[in-house]
Design a protein around this ligand. Structure first.
Ligand SMILES: [Zn+2]
Length: 301
């Protein structure tokens, strides 16, 4: 369905019941209360943000994942039911930088809660870096230094919405940020004396590569994994890999590995996984990043 039409329907479905509440209800808040009144009701848009929110909020918040487990967030859009769920939440945690292309439409449906853009402070920090402005690459969470800022933004938003638990949120965030700092140091140390060029599947690791002085080449040129690999791009990747003596071609958990295998065969190399951590499989953000590190070490060191 055309997105505009879809959202027109959603707007009608949501705004009409809301106006009825305004007219007939004395306390419209009662309509939005779920099970536990004392807890912040939080919806996070996709997997890593869900985990970050859980780490910060723990037992003081109810965190729900918006994009269902197993579904890739890039091309996802909310159903009417999802929008109704979002209407009941106090906060919606998003990545920002255009990753949630449905968010503008949600704002039009009279959402009464807070939309938390976790990219705040990351883009500002990089303003002037042409690459970020031109590509609009949304994959900030794959750089653990940026992930720390995302976690802090979540803690600040929880603190603003629920000031009596401010200390709790800030302490949880500080502890988790410490783990992310450790992860960052580990990646920095373990990749420092290695080769720099790697072939990722889609254009997801540019912030990661910038942070750790690596050069990302990609099979899919787009920063959406559903982009097409053309014969020309395959040819380019193969010749780059041969020229740079690359022996590992990366794939992802949720894509067909065939394209990566074709390239790997051509260069007499092998396929390993470099996860963009967009879809929950198992483990945690930190364990997935550590697996990525181990596979990168196998490719580069
Ligand atoms: Zn992606």
């Amino acid at each position: 369905m055309n997105t505009q039409i879809k959202f027109a329907i959603i707007a009608i479905a949501v705004i009409i019941p809301l106006s009825i509440i305004v007219v007939y209800g004395t306390n419209s808040n009662q309509q939005f209360t779920t099970t536990d009144n004392s807890k912040l009701q939080v919806i996070s848009s996709f997997y890593p943000l869900h985990e970050f929110s859980q780490n910060v909020g723990q037992e003081k918040v109810d965190v729900t994942l918006l994009v269902p487990v197993g579904v890739a967030p890039h091309d996802w859009g909310p159903t009417i039911k999802d929008v109704q769920r979002m209407q009941k939440s106090d906060l919606i945690i998003i990545n920002g930088i255009g990753f949630e292309n449905w968010i503008d439409n949600l704002e039009e449906t009279n959402y009464h809660g807070v939309i938390v853009d976790t990219s705040n402070g990351i883009l500002d920090k990089n303003l002037g870096q042409e690459q970020i402005n031109s590509s609009g690459d949304p994959h900030i969470w794959l750089n653990p230094v940026y992930a720390q800022i995302q976690v802090q933004n979540i803690a600040n938003a929880f603190s603003d919405s629920d000031p009596k638990n401010q200390q709790y949120y800030q302490l949880n965030a500080a502890k988790y940020i410490e783990e992310l700092e450790f992860l960052d140091l580990k990646i920095r140390n373990e990749l420092s004396d290695c080769n720099q060029d790697f072939v990722a599947f889609h254009d997801a690791f540019s912030y990661f590569a910038d942070e750790y002085n690596l050069n990302q080449h990609t099979i899919i040129l787009s920063n959406n994994p559903h982009g097409e690999a053309t014969a020309k791009t395959l040819e380019n990747v193969i010749s780059t890999a041969k020229k740079l003596n690359i022996k590992v071609i990366f794939s992802e958990e949720n894509v067909n590995t065939k394209t990566s295998e074709i390239i790997a065969n051509e260069i007499d190399g092998k396929v390993l996984i470099l996860s963009p951590i967009e879809v929950f499989t198992d483990g945690t953000y930190i364990s997935k990043m550590t697996e990525n590190l181990n596979n990168l070490r196998e490719a580069l060191c």
